[in-house]
Write a protein that binds this ligand. Structure first.
Ligand code: FES
Ligand code: FE2
Length: 387
């Protein structure tokens, strides 16, 4: 695999570490290698559970791997490879309501929403719906390990990662006060997407750190200064940042979102932002939360899906708080939009053939280096496995 021998410099202590070499951002071969080692070997986010009513299915593309996520009539979210076991037809091309089964549009083989193959019309000849050579019990849909946390549907494609609650255990524990809460998705105004001309890792790297606030987010920085932030680093798992001066949004008439109940004093003015490696970003505050899924669409294309969540039905969907909800969504849209020129600019900068991966501020860039270290260690494992 290309260039992997260089990564010892990335693994160095932060004072002397270099960032990932250019090829991790500009090479199709490296994108493919990282797809296996980072996205498929770990728990990657693919979509939001809020987008699936019982009996609905939606196609999802994970870096070129076609998946279908669906919710059974019993309410369980499941993820399958979106490929028919007969002749390999794509099963679901756009989001839809299923009847009792998932029917392939080609020859009408039908699968239960739990994946079993339940109908094979005329497979043994006209009017013969069975054939001894076609063992239905061996031809169910290929299911991916999946887990829903904070409304994000995570999948482990290669099946070999630790269980999700172990994989994300430290993050779950860190935000355990929110585990007993229900995160209720806001309405249409509370979800938005960006199509970004950069490698997905650059969005993670930028989200992790607060160093850029004064220059990229002057509005945020006017009340949440650099010195009000702290780094969060859990090597091998996640990193991010927190603020000590979060202030809930209040409407001119005094209305505000209700807080999640029973939180400790830490959250009175605290808020935290975590990158759950590889491709999920999350934020939590006393009165709302967000989740971001990064869809890697090639070495230099990323779709960023953002969704906002609230503590009560009234806050999430009610008319009374609709103006405030809209304002909150616009504020976050603006913040994420402000980041676009730097993540796209870093992608452009990586065409500089003599760029050496760059350096990290030993004080301010810890969370970003933590992510690079994670990438390098997983790519190192991939090399060892290939040898
Ligand atoms: S390819 Fe699906 S039924 Fe033939
Ligand atoms: Fe930012």
């Amino acid at each position: 695999m290309p260039g992997l021998h260089d990564l010892s410099m990335v693994m160095n202590p932060i004072d002397s570490a270099q960032g990932l070499p250019n090829e991790h951002y500009v090479s199709d071969d490296m994108f493919a290698a990282e797809r296996e080692a980072l996205l498929f070997a770990n728990w990657a986010g693919i979509g939001f559970a809020k987008d699936l009513e019982p009996g609905e299915a939606m196609p999802v593309d994970l870096a070129g791997l076609p998946l279908v996520a669906l919710r059974t009539h019993e309410g369980e979210v499941k993820v399958f490879q979106n490929t028919c076991r007969h002749r390999g037809m794509i099963l679901v091309e756009r989001k839809k309501k299923l009847g009792g089964v998932l029917r392939c549009p080609y020859h009408s083989w039908c699968y239960a929403l739990t994946g079993e193959l339940v109908a094979t019309p005329h497979v043994g000849g006209p009017g013969m719906n069975r054939h001894d050579g076609i063992r239905r019990d061996q031809l169910g849909l290929v299911e991916m390990r999946s887990y829903v946390w904070r409304d994000v549907i995570f999948v482990n494609v290669n099946g070999r990662a630790p269980g999700f609650t172990e994989y994300a255990g430290e993050a779950i524990a860190r935000w355990s006060e929110f585990e007993r809460q229900t995160l209720l998705a806001g309405g249409d105004e509370s979800s938005f997407t960006f199509d970004i001309a950069c490698n997905w890792k650059l969005v993670v790297e930028n989200f992790c750190e607060s160093y850029h606030l004064p220059w990229v987010h002057p509005g945020l920085n006017s009340y949440s200064r650099l010195e009000d932030h702290y780094n969060i680093e859990v090597p091998g798992r996640f990193s991010g940042q927190g603020t000590l001066v979060y202030r809930p949004m209040i409407e001119t008439d005094g209305s505000a979102f209700p807080d999640f109940p029973g939180l400790s004093g830490k959250w009175d003015t605290g808020a935290e932002y975590l990158a759950i490696y590889p491709n999920v970003l999350m934020g939590t505050h006393r009165d709302h939360a967000f989740a971001v899924i990064l869809e890697p669409n090639g070495k230099d294309r990323t779709r960023e899906l953002v969704a906002l969540y609230y503590s009560t039905e009234e806050a999430a969907k009610g008319d009374g708080l609709e103006p405030l909800r809209r304002k909150n969504a616009e504020t976050w849209y603006g913040v994420f939009e402000e980041d676009l020129f730097v993540v796209e600019g870093m992608q452009k900068g990586r065409k500089g053939i003599r760029f050496d991966g760059g350096r990290f501020s030993p004080v301010m860039d810890g969370p970003t280096h933590c992510f690079h270290h994670w990438v390098a260690s997983h790519m190192g494992c991939a090399v060892q496995a290939a040898e």
